[in-house]
Design a binder for this molecule. Structure first.
Ligand SMILES: C[S@@+](CC[C@H](N)C(=O)[O-])C[C@H]1O[C@@H](n2cnc3c(N)ncnc32)[C@H](O)[C@@H]1O
Length: 264
């Protein structure tokens, strides 16, 4: 997985499973609340992925509204289309975050969750976000700061190698730290910022931390001299820590709510 183009069919399904965990479902609830969508509104989902948020937004805006999802992964778009098959006011299209296929001022609201950390030119993407949002419209962005990862491990060196291999696939693993400035430079007025923790103090089946570790282990194989066997041993450490009641995982996502000021 490298950049958006790396979200092939298998990875897309893994992301879908990760994003169906209760932690990310809670995040979607927070995003929907922040968006304050009303019936009949038009909203764009930039990097819509498996369409979980698009599906919920389509229910909020109703058939008189419109949800436009864009993504650079055809496999992700296929999952989105399947998920929203009965909501024909939700449309999905292949496009780059830096080149949105919509006229100026098209949307009442725009959202992009867990996407800009993969985009090479974030200022260009924010400039596109600004362009397609109408004056008086609002935007909601979420990105993870991988510097906030706290894991209990008894083999720090091995864990650091796996985490390093994982971090290397993000173009901006610490984007939230600089996003306020980038949003202001693009012309937005920041209204709110919040931290959304992915927090698992126990080793549980359908938890974000456990699923993410599975993805990290598979991704690390062949990188940083990590073999499949070492990746499996790394994973097994957490299962054992879980059995002993000594598991700990915490990683922060950051929510930004901003407005495009009214013209004049
Ligand atoms: C981690 S997933 C997040 C999906 C979705 N936003 C969510 O939160 O459920 C990242 C998504 O961003 C897409 N993506 C990455 N780079 C992109 C780009 N430059 N333009 C558009 N989409 C991009 C990927 O294809 C992938 O579907």
């Amino acid at each position: 997985m490298s950049g958006g183009a790396g979200f092939d069919a298998a990875t897309s399904r893994k992301v879908e499973a990760l994003y169906l965990t209760p932690e990310v479902a809670t995040q979607r609830f927070q995003v929907l609340k922040a968006l304050e969508l009303r019936e009949g509104e038009r909203v764009i989902d930039i990097g819509c992925g498996p369409g979980l948020l698009a599906h919920e937004m389509a229910a909020s805006v109703g058939r008189d509204g419109c949800v436009c999802g864009i993504d650079i992964s055809e496999d992700m778009l296929a999952i989105s289309r399947e998920r929203c098959a009965e909501q024909n006011w939700a449309k999905f299209q292949m496009a780059e975050a830096t080149d949105l296929p919509h006229p100026d001022d098209s949307f009442d609201a725009a959202v992009s969750t867990q996407v800009y950390e993969y985009v090479a030119d974030v200022p260009a993407a924010l400039s596109e976000l600004w362009r397609v949002t109408r004056p008086g419209g609002r935007v909601v962005i979420i990105d993870t700061d991988y510097g906030s990862l706290v894991i209990h491990t008894e083999n720090q060196a091995r864990t650091e190698r796996v985490v390093q291999a994982w971090d290397d696939h993000f173009l901006h693993p610490g984007l939230p730290r600089i996003l306020s400035r980038l949003l202001r430079d693009a012309g937005f007025i920041i209204r709110r910022r919040d931290v959304i923790p992915m927090f698992n103090p126990e080793y549980q089946d359908n938890s974000y931390g456990r699923r993410l570790f599975g993805m990290m282990a598979s991704f690390a194989v062949g990188r940083n001299h990590i073999s499949r066997q070492e990746a499996d041993t790394w994973l097994a450490e957490f299962a054992e820590l879980g059995r002993q009641g000594r598991f700990f995982f915490s990683l922060n996502r950051y929510l930004f709510v901003a407005d495009k000021p009214d013209a004049g």
